[in-house]
Design a protein around this ligand. Structure first.
Ligand SMILES: *Cc1c(COP(=O)(O)O)cnc(C)c1O
Length: 347
């Protein structure tokens, strides 16, 4: 071992249970974009399915199909980045729930003959302007959807949106737009079964945002919000630990086999501690493939140093806060060339 990313699947289970209890009776859609936030898609999806998660948020059609291959026919898999006719056909063939935030895609849907009915979740743009149908185009989109439903091409399964979770006031405005859009859909004779607009933060903090489904990514992996409540308060725990071995010792520092190319931003040098066999030591320099740590007396090549995450001095969000960003920005940088090792708790 020179560097490993260790993932504790029991801790993942505990987070999933915590989320389920917190958001009940809403369902937890486990968001698994970006290779399950860099923890490894297949293993985490399989584990979550066994733990009772029944909805997965997979981002694009290719990822959705990969999730389908892991969990089999009974899971609901939601995707929301869809590229056009071929992508729609692939999504329908994989029996995915399709998040549609673009009128042109409704037109495409009318032209796809996939041999089965598409399950559509129509997205209203409630202010984030990250796709989504603008309120002034909502009536037109409902009319197109009504025609698709009447023609047997689609069933309207859900209405959804994505909110900033940056300020309660903005989120309240977004929710008001969402509720108006849903009322308009019902007035048009449409009967979506599922509403969803919250992710981790609002799903925990604001009950009225939970609706039927909460799309939770970050908290599932124990990544707390920057500048927000801590893990203990939320009842979640980081599930992954970055560990590396000592490769060289000297009076000026101990070299450890992980660096910026593995995902540790160089600007963090001098600003955080890692856990060595002798206790916490400061990282003094970050090179491309190694970092330098303040020496300790018994340092020797091969010793393990805990860099980041579960059991370390700093979590991804702790490091993120040092450089003014969010925990995902650190967690997603952990290089895919670092082996993921499952079920080795560092405690
Ligand atoms: C990433 C994402 C989520 C999950 O957000 P977290 O803050 O990680 O829980 C939910 N919905 C959409 C549309 C997303 O892109």
């Amino acid at each position: 071992m020179s560097v490993e990313y260790r993932i504790d699947l029991d801790a993942f289970d505990r987070n999933l249970r915590r989320i389920r209890e917190t958001i009940a009776p809403a369902a937890h859609m486990l968001v698994v974009k970006d290779d399950a936030y860099a923890h490894g898609l297949a293993v985490l999806v399989e584990r979550a399915w066994r733990e009772g998660v029944r909805w997965f948020g997979a981002f694009d059609v290719a990822t959705g199909a990969a999730v389908r291959a892991v969990v089999g026919p009974d899971a609901r898999i939601f995707v929301w980045l869809i590229g056009g006719v071929d992508d729609l056909a692939a999504g329908i063939a994989a029996d995915l729930d399709l998040g549609i935030g673009d009128e042109a895609l409704l037109d495409d849907l009318a032209r796809v003959d996939a041999g089965r009915t598409a399950r559509v979740h129509l997205k209203i743009d409630t202010g984030l302007h990250r796709n989504g149908i603008r309120p002034e185009r909502w009536e037109a989109a409902l009319a197109r959807t009504t025609a698709l439903v009447a023609g047997g091409r689609a069933v309207l399964e859900g209405l959804w949106s994505h909110i900033s979770e940056a300020s309660d006031a903005d989120d309240d405005d977004a929710r008001a737009l969402f509720l108006a859009a849903r009322a308009a859909a019902r007035a048009a004779g449409l009967a979506p079964r599922f509403s969803h607009l919250a992710a981790s933060a609002a799903g925990f903090a604001r009950g009225e945002f939970r609706e039927d489904i909460v799309r939770v990514g970050a908290f599932s992996y124990g990544i707390r919000p920057a500048g927000g409540p801590g893990e203990a308060e939320l009842g979640i725990e980081p599930i992954a630990t970055l560990v590396a071995t000592v490769t060289h010792t000297g009076p000026d520092g101990v070299r450890v086999d992980v660096g910026s190319l593995h995902g540790l931003p160089g600007v963090l040098a001098g600003r955080f501690d890692v856990v060595t066999p002798a206790g916490p030591r400061r990282v003094t320099a970050i090179g491309p493939t190694s970092l330098t740590v303040t020496p300790w007396g018994s340092a020797a090549a091969g010793q393990e140093v805990v860099i980041l995450g579960r059991g370390a001095a700093c979590t991804a969000t702790d490091l993120a806060e040092l450089v003014g960003t969010i925990g995902e920005e650190i967690a997603l940088r952990i290089s895919p060339v670092i082996p993921r090792v499952y079920d080795r708790d560092t405690h």
